[in-house]
Design a protein around this ligand. Sequence first.
Ligand code: SF4
Length: 285
Amino acid sequence: MIIEIDPNSGFCFGVVNAIEKAEETLSKDKTLYCIGDIVHNNIEVDRLKGQGLKTINHDEFEKLSDAKVLFRAHGEPPVSYQKAKENNIEIIDASCPVVLNLQKRIKKTYQEIKKCKGQILIYGKKGHAEVNGLVGQTDGKAIVIENVEDLKKIDFEKPVTLFSQTTKTISGFKEITEVLKQKCRNELKINDTICRKVSNRMPNIREFAKKHDVIIFVSGKKSSNGKLLFDVCKQENKQSYFVSHPNEVEMTWFSQAKSVGISGATSTPSWLMKQIADNIKLEIK
Ligand code: SF4
């Protein structure tokens, strides 16, 4: 039986970089704090917790002093950098370079657009860590748009510049831009800032799921990206199974299979998929 791990699965480079920075720091220090889960995968979070990584929320961060804190790939708003300075906190900045670049663009645009009373729109999820970091570049003035309904808040007589959270879907972004093109009566600037590392996974996983008799999809149960990608597997291949842990894999799934494909969400560590592949190889020998 052939077992293939999806070459397009695993963490994006932003998350890989954050984990490497955390491990590098923890090889010298006993404790490192991180605001929010470094990645949406409990097994990986627990592995790093074993090395001394402590997950805290923003309230806990505000009370912390004289410590090292990792800013994860999602990035942080300027206020977090300010707080760190005040409280003698050393920042291990693992903000993804793509997100940092987007923050800079939004900040620059805000400085320009406020002179003509224009509006900055961010297509994204309200309260999402990356979105909070982006809105922070505009003194909280950017308007977060989750769907077409939210466009009711916009004054179409004034200039509009649109950006996107990096992990949103291209189809959702297109829907928003179409409505804006119809309604805006002043200058409209559209910036597609969706990260292709994530959006390209959808067509890639569709092809991968077709290729194999059985698909094992590995993801944390809470990962929304995991649910989305698993649905695509299911549409293409009825013999697709969702697992979060190696011990959830049942060998009876492979009784008729000549090939098995193992894939995962953007928050699924490669080592976990490899462990599952190795277990299957051992069991079916
Ligand atoms: S911008 Fe892209 S590469 Fe960076 S963390 Fe987000 S998904 Fe990953």
